[in-house]
Design a protein around this ligand. Structure first.
Ligand code: TXA
Ligand code: MG
Length: 345
């Protein structure tokens, strides 16, 4: 398959330029689109066959459901049922934005999309290109992150090209993604909201609207083989580059001392260090990330992909826990490290 590349300036969208991609979606094909979180691999959410193509292109297990993307409040209620009052408050507060809500599904959503679950994940992205594509397509768009299953999510069109070239019909390049980690997923099928995956909408923000919001325990631990997580995707290896990642967590000096020891202990290997403290290390490939939570989130996946391109075998990632978006960074880092976390303080 030849993948068509379409470049769009999000600040000045000419709908004509998106028509072809919308036709692709309408006719059951796949188009990768930018969103404010990460790039999505889109197909018609009302078409079971298109959903099947999404799973195939990603190499994704079919028991891992997709998020459907809409471009209006009306659509949220059209594809769901029994929406609790607290969920309506969250929808009003955080949509459009980097936020996904899980609700009971309407019958029109095919089982392939929800992997047989009775619920559906719905997201109303704020990215103008995503909104316009959904509008022109006239259908909700099912879109997981546009990476190969298990790899870090794509935050630029180049990342999508690396993973999806010749596997899908088209890739829309709308520049780099602002948030950089996937949306916050909140389960709203129970008595009170529960975060299944942290993201740009933080626990603190959610609690301002619904004070009884909780965080699912899987957010910071790896699921054991016999456990059935509420968010099916969390049980798979995730966000992992080819390099073996170890998180080194703590204050600046103790982290630096530890990483120096680790570099010395692994001589002969190609080592990468992701530094949030702008530390210098000899004998390692250094990539700097912003020391703010927001900046770290934005830079993380791109940096992990870059280490692979540079042939790194081991990556040590500096990290210091913070609140806010820090929880999302911590969740992605811990998972990409498969739980290899060293606390230095
Ligand atoms: O920011 C995002 O959410 C991006 C962009 C493209 O919108 N999408 C994204 O999709 O991250 P994906 O498929 O990579 O992650 C969706 C997660 C998976 O872990 C999946 O198991 C979970 O959402 N999920 C989907 N439907 C669910 C449901 N009904 N109940 C529980 N978890 C669900
Ligand atoms: Mg994903």
């Amino acid at each position: 398959m030849i993948t068509k590349l379409i470049r769009i300036n999000p600040e000045n969208i000419n709908p004509e330029d998106l028509k072809e991609a919308a036709e692709i979606i309408k006719s059951g094909g796949l188009a990768a689109m930018p969103t404010e979180t990460v790039y999505g691999l889109g197909g018609n959410a009302l078409d079971a066959e298109a959903a099947g193509k999404i799973y195939a292109a990603k190499g994704r297990p079919s028991d891992n459901p997709l998020i459907i993307h809409v471009c209006s409040y009306e659509q949220i209620f059209e594809y769901t049922r029994d929406v609790p009052e607290y969920a309506k408050k969250l929808i009003k507060a955080f949509m459009p934005g980097p936020f996904t809500i899980i609700l009971k599904k309407a019958d029109i959503i095919p089982d392939t999309v929800t992997a047989g679950l009775d619920s559906v994940a719905v997201r109303f992205p704020s990215h103008p290109v995503a909104q316009e594509l959904i509008r022109l397509s006239g259908v909700p768009i099912a879109a997981p992150s546009a990476n190969l299953s298990g790899k870090p999510s794509p935050t630029t069109a180049e990342h999508v090209i690396d993973d999806m070239m010749d596997k899908i019909d088209c890739i829309i390049d709308g520049g780099s993604c602002e948030v950089g980690v996937e949306s916050t997923i909140v389960d709203a099928t129970g008595e009170s909201p529960e975060i299944l995956r942290p993201g740009g909408v933080t626990l603190e923000m959610l609690r301002e609207v619904c004070s009884d919001t909780e965080v699912d325990r899987n957010v910071l631990s790896l699921t054991t083989p016999n456990e059935k997580p509420k968010c099916p995707g969390t049980k798979y290896k995730h966000y992992a580059p080819d390099a073996e990642v170890t998180v080194v967590e703590g204050s600046r000096d103790s982290v630096r001392t530890k990483i120096k020891e680790l570099i010395a202990a692994n001589r002969g290997k190609i080592i990468g260090v992701l530094t949030m403290y702008e530390s210098a290390y000899d004998d390692a490939v250094i990539i700097s990330t912003s020391s703010t939570n927001k900046g770290y989130a934005r830079d993380l996946f791109g940096a992990l992909r870059e280490f692979d391109k540079l042939g790194c075998e081991l990556v040590f990632a500096e990290f210091c826990e913070n609140d806010g978006v820090g929880l999302a960074v911590k969740n992605r880092l811990y998972k990409s490290a498969g739980g290899r976390v060293l606390h230095t303080d």
